[in-house]
Design a protein around this ligand. Structure first.
Ligand SMILES: Nc1ncnc2c1ncn2[C@@H]1O[C@H](COP(=O)(O)OP(=O)(O)O)[C@@H](O)[C@H]1O
Ligand SMILES: [Mg+2]
Length: 146
């Protein structure tokens, strides 16, 4: 038995057409980790929103800048890291999409969605510069239906 996590990594140029590659890797990693279809979809949506944010808000769509994505599968959880080359942001300081004045807005829902779909979400300065978003989803053993 091994305690080593299984790791999947991607290094992408900042172009929205590359988001699809991360979607696909997300599906592979979450099914390897043993999540059910509902959770696989939640994880994919969270990763998808995070990738768009990294390319759009972080790297300002500058194709010379990169986004790194890393999936690590542990026995009890999946950890996903999305790193860009931007200046970061304070996730406690963004508008609440459920506030009355924002209800009709079509933007501003990505972080909200990530927080509701994942068990843990944090934003940090990356060691080599840039910003790293970490998202964690725990494997919950569900009672077997009889
Ligand atoms: N990787 C990032 N780098 C810099 N700013 C970010 C990043 N991700 C999110 N943000 C900031 O957080 C805000 C909210 O993000 P989000 O909820 O996805 O809404 P939207 O992308 O529609 O604006 C963004 O408008 C942006 O200001
Ligand atoms: Mg967004």
């Amino acid at each position: 038995m091994t305690a080593e996590p299984r790791v999947y990594e991607l290094n992408l140029e900042s172009d929205l057409k590359n988001v699809e590659a991360a979607d696909e890797m997300s599906r592979r990693a979450s099914s390897t980790a043993g999540f059910d279809e509902d959770d696989r979809q939640r994880i994919e949506m969270a990763v998808h929103e995070s990738l768009i944010n990294a390319i759009w808000h972080g790297n300002k769509n500058d194709a010379s800048k990169h986004v790194w994505v890393k999936f690590e599968i542990f026995a009890d959880r999946l950890e996903v890291r999305v790193r860009d080359q931007g200046n970061g942001f304070d996730p406690t300081n963004i508008p609440n999409p459920l506030a009355e004045e924002n209800l009709l807005s079509i933007s501003g829902r990505g972080i909200f969605l990530i927080k509701s779909f994942m068990d843990d979400f944090r934003v940090e300065k990356a060691a080599g510069g840039g910003t790293e978003v970490t998202m964690i989803k725990r494997v919950v053993s569900k009672p077997k239906s009889t």
